[in-house]
Ligand binder design. Structure first.
Ligand SMILES: [Zn+2]
Length: 633
């Protein structure tokens, strides 16, 4: 269910259910408010007069929509040339204004201008009977349906039954179907029949958060508009305008914080703004907004990160535990550390980043200080580890334990030697085989053949190996994977890739399975288009055979699931290449060897951090940047 607020005014009989979520929006100031705040504005003003900001300032024209320029341009060209599609599909993240946009399009198509003689226009007048009726959700020819609550074929049949009748009063009969991806297969088929031969007087506007779930047969008959995520600064400007209109005095830094927390969703930010104004009673300070957003612990995150990166692991764990005891969510804390790492990296590259208005003075100073202490490879390494760790924490049975392990990993990794030492080491090691000197999982053989150079670090190894190995256990012996069940979905893929007979299945698994849920012995997934029909039964049979365990593999059509392993791999590869090129050592090599380029940042499949297991030394280089052109060294 998205765009609740846009449905807020909906009283059309087609969407009775849309009102339920809307209530949440109106109650939110109370729900999210710290106990001590004064009565929200909503209670001071007579109920009937108070409108949540998102509703009050809902855009009525394309001009008022923020960040959707390209769509407006395309639509305006289509209107001018009279080449209008019969169906439009609007896609974008939740809260971005899809249903609002759909209604503006409906107005644009049906507007007759103040004098009643106008044509369809990109600038609906807002005063003609159609414009007004659409804005008030009472236009007889504009029918809205929420597919999230009415997914069946009968619902669609009922809706499109009227398609053959001419509109009662307007130019076009317009069907707005929200969350269209929720329709059942047969409902889509019913819809498709109409889309194939639509009457001249009918237009469809679909809105969806998940465009991939819409059958291609339907999509191909629609003009598609991707509503992009609104940039933080655009949002901040927008909120400032509204705050001014509301005569609310809000510090710019506070607005920037709200915009950042909105994360691209205009509506989410609006409701935060609403809250902030209610709490502020006159003047809204940055500190109030921080508290409201739960950012008051920000300095704790700095401490946590700082201590971890200094290798003061006991202190870091204590801090983590204290935050956890106070109700902190381990995944959120890691997410915060991830954000911090990203920000520190940017500060490192360009100190201007620290002047972002969303950053407090204390943070600014501490940020610059920490960024100065850490080398770029440490930061990129920390980013990778936290990103990976965050995933693990989300699926771990005990998130706090997972978070602790990640901090420990990070602390060990932080001890890697500076790049200068590594270059020396590199020179010494050049004539050697190229394998990391440390023992361990022996998984280095995963890469393909071909001339290449592995940059190795052995510098911190001795120190690290004198310690207990925090990373060793899970990946210690991939060969024994037959004896125990794969811990992760990626390990299942790895297991299947090992045998010639099951390679085809491994490929299916990597390319066509969107993982919804995994636990050893149990897989729930959504098949991608092109998946074999018997994929789950084949998987069960094969995995039962390979592991001697009874597997349960189920298909979930409802859940989106994770990107396929293949998609993840590609994304990661790009990220690694980007990270690698930032690394001073790699950069030095790239500069020194004009022919060299990064062809791969190699990790054995399914073993991301595993290589790190041999590298408690913390060397980012054990993640092995392979470069071409080594023979020139
Ligand atoms: Zn009009």
């Amino acid at each position: 269910m998205t765009d609740q607020i846009d449905n807020a005014e909906t009283s059309a009989p087609e969407t009775p259910e849309a009102e339920a979520p809307e209530l949440d929006m109106e109650q939110e100031p109370a729900a999210a408010a710290p106990a001590s705040v004064t009565a929200p504005k909503a209670e001071e003003a007579p109920k009937s007069e108070y409108q949540v900001l998102a509703r009050k300032y809902r855009p009525k024209t394309f001009d008022e929509l923020i960040g959707h320029g390209p769509m407006v341009k395309t639509l305006s060209n289509a209107l001018e040339s009279g080449r209008l599609a019969h169906a439009f599909v609007l896609t974008g993240v939740r809260g971005i204004g899809k249903t609002t946009t759909a209604r503006i399009i409906a107005r644009a198509l049906n507007c007759i201008g103040p004098d009643g003689k106008g044509n369809a226009t990109i600038e609906p007048c807002g005063v003609c009977e159609h414009c007004r009726a659409i804005a008030e959700d009472r236009h007889v020819d504009v029918l809205e349906m929420d597919a999230a609550s009415r997914t069946g074929v009968d619902d669609i049949r009922e809706l499109i039954e009227g398609v053959r009748y001419r509109p009662t009063s307007a130019r076009y009969k317009i069907y707005i179907i929200d969350e269209v991806h929720m329709l059942s297969k047969s409902a889509f088929n019913a819809l498709l029949k109409t889309l194939e031969e639509p009457p001249e007087h009918v237009k469809f506007i679909f809105a969806t958060t998940e465009i991939r779930k819409i059958p291609i047969t339907v999509l191909s008959r629609c003009q598609r508009f991707d509503l992009r995520r609104v940039q933080t600064d655009e949002l901040a400007t927008h909120y400032k305008r509204i705050a001014t209109l509301e005569h609310a005095d809000i510090e710019d830094e506070a607005l920037a914080l709200i915009a950042r927390a909105a994360d691209g969703s205009v509506r989410d930010g609006m409701s935060l703004l609403d809250q902030a104004i209610s709490h502020g009673a006159g003047k809204v300070t940055t500190q109030q907004v921080r508290d409201m957003l739960g950012l008051s612990d920000r300095s704790r995150i700095f401490d946590l990160f700082d201590q971890t990166m200094k290798g003061e692991i006991n202190e870091a764990l204590e801090l983590l535990g204290a935050q956890y005891a106070l109700g902190g969510d381990p995944a959120v804390m890691l997410q915060d550390m991830l954000d911090l790492t990203h920000w520190l990296t940017r500060v490192k590259l360009s100190p201007d980043a620290a002047n972002d208005p969303g950053v407090s003075q204390i943070e600014r100073d501490r940020g610059k200080e920490i960024a100065a202490k850490l080398a770029m490879p440490q930061l990129t390494r920390a980013w990778q580890m936290l990103l990976k760790g965050l995933e693990e924490t989300r699926i771990a049975p005990s998130p706090i334990q997972a978070a602790e392990m990640i901090l420990i990993r990070l602390a060990y990794a932080a001890e890697m030697p500076p790049p200068g030492d590594l270059i020396k080491k590199l020179r010494n090691d050049l004539n050697k085989s190229g394998n990391a000197p440390q023992g361990g999982g022996g998984s280095n053989g995963g890469g393909g053949p071909g001339p290449r150079m592995q940059v190795v670090n052995g510098g911190g190894a001795a120190v690290a190996h004198a310690r207990p190995d925090p990373l060793g256990e899970p990946e210690q012996a991939p060969q024994q994977v037959y004896a125990k069940l794969p811990e992760t979905f990626a390990e299942v893929a790895e297991l299947l890739s090992k045998e010639r007979e099951t390679t085809a299945l491994a490929i299916q698994l990597k390319n066509y399975m969107h993982l919804v849920k995994y636990e050893p012995g149990r897989i729930e997934f959504r098949p991608a288009r092109g998946a074999r029909a018997d994929l789950s039964s084949q998987l069960i049979k094969t995995l039962n055979n390979l592991t001697g365990h009874r597997w349960l593999v189920s298909v979930s059509e409802r859940e989106e699931g994770a990107p396929t392993l293949k998609e993840q791999e590609l994304e990661e590869l790009e990220q690694r290449k980007a990270d690698a090129s930032l690394d001073p050592l790699v950069k030095a090599i790239l500069d020194g060897l004009p022919k060299a380029k990064i062809v791969a940042v190699h990790l054995p499949p399914g073993q991301e951090e595993t290589e790190g297991e041999q590298d408690d030394s913390g060397s980012v280089y054990d993640d092995a940047f392979y470069l071409e052109g080594d023979d020139e060294l």
